[in-house]
Write a protein that binds this ligand. Structure first.
Ligand SMILES: [Zn+2]
Length: 241
């Protein structure tokens, strides 16, 4: 591709994706993550839960579901070219963007020192204006933004982290996915199949694979035709002060 890339990054970036559930990275921005992995950027996930409520089957134990979803998430991440996946142990569905969670995320940010953080939009109440957004998606976005600024970069926040050798650090950019207020829209047509392949790894979540594949292929842009579909992922992009 010869045209200027919208990221306009001059060097390889370390990218930390902080979201609520297994499958969120792939659903919200999987094609973009595949594009970044292919470009040689280093991507890690930090998921706040293991998705222990992601089933309507009364026969399945939450512990079993967590094990299944962890394995699915590792496979999906590998499909995109992401090799590091960490989980916190918060119960699915009950995320509150409180100070204890903020401290844990500040710790992760100071440890990983990513130039780029990806999270979800805390202001998005309605998915595509039609469905209620999961409260965990809002909470994960809120606590991540609160952790990035001002806490991660300020030594007076959570001073006990200094005793662990974790010095203040501020990422260069935040990319907010699952937003209605995108300031950057990437053409990810080239990586849409990879995104679908990664989502198919989440077998416990997507129903019948072939029907899911077809539904995902229908998510082309309104200006594209079925013979030449185009796919996009949008983000609100924030920069360090
Ligand atoms: Zn989710």
């Amino acid at each position: 591709m010869s045209k200027l890339q919208p990221e306009n990054w001059q060097s390889k970036k370390k990218i930390l994706v902080i979201l609520a559930h297994p499958d969120d990275p792939e659903f919200f921005c999987g094609a973009t993550l595949a594009r970044w992995a292919a470009a040689g950027h280093e991507i890690a996930y930090l998921l706040l839960t293991k998705g222990d409520k992601g089933s309507d089957d009364p026969a399945i134990e939450p512990a079993r579901l967590m094990a299944i979803r962890t394995a699915e998430q590792l496979a999906a991440a590998r499909t995109l070219g992401v090799n590091k996946v960490d989980f916190f142990d918060y119960p699915d569905g009950y995320l509150e963007p409180d100070l204890e969670m903020r401290r844990k995320i500040v710790r992760s940010i100071r440890k990983e020192r990513p130039e780029i953080i990806v999270t979800s939009d805390p202001l998005n109440y309605y998915i595509r204006g039609k469905h209620i957004n999961h409260p965990d998606h809002r909470a994960a976005g809120q606590v991540t933004l609160d952790a990035v600024f001002p806490a991660a970069g300020n030594r007076f926040f959570f001073p006990e982290l200094l005793d662990e050798g974790l010095l203040p650090f501020s990422p260069e950019e935040i990319w907010i996915s699952l937003t209605h207020e995108a300031s950057v829209v990437l053409d990810v047509t080239e990586y849409w199949q990879t995104k679908i392949n990664a989502l198919i790894c989440h077998a416990s979540q997507i129903g019948e694979a072939q029907a899911f594949r077809i539904a995902m292929l229908e998510r082309r842009t309104a200006d594209s035709r079925p013979e030449h579909p185009r796919y996009e992922e949008g983000f609100r992009r924030l920069f360090k002060r």
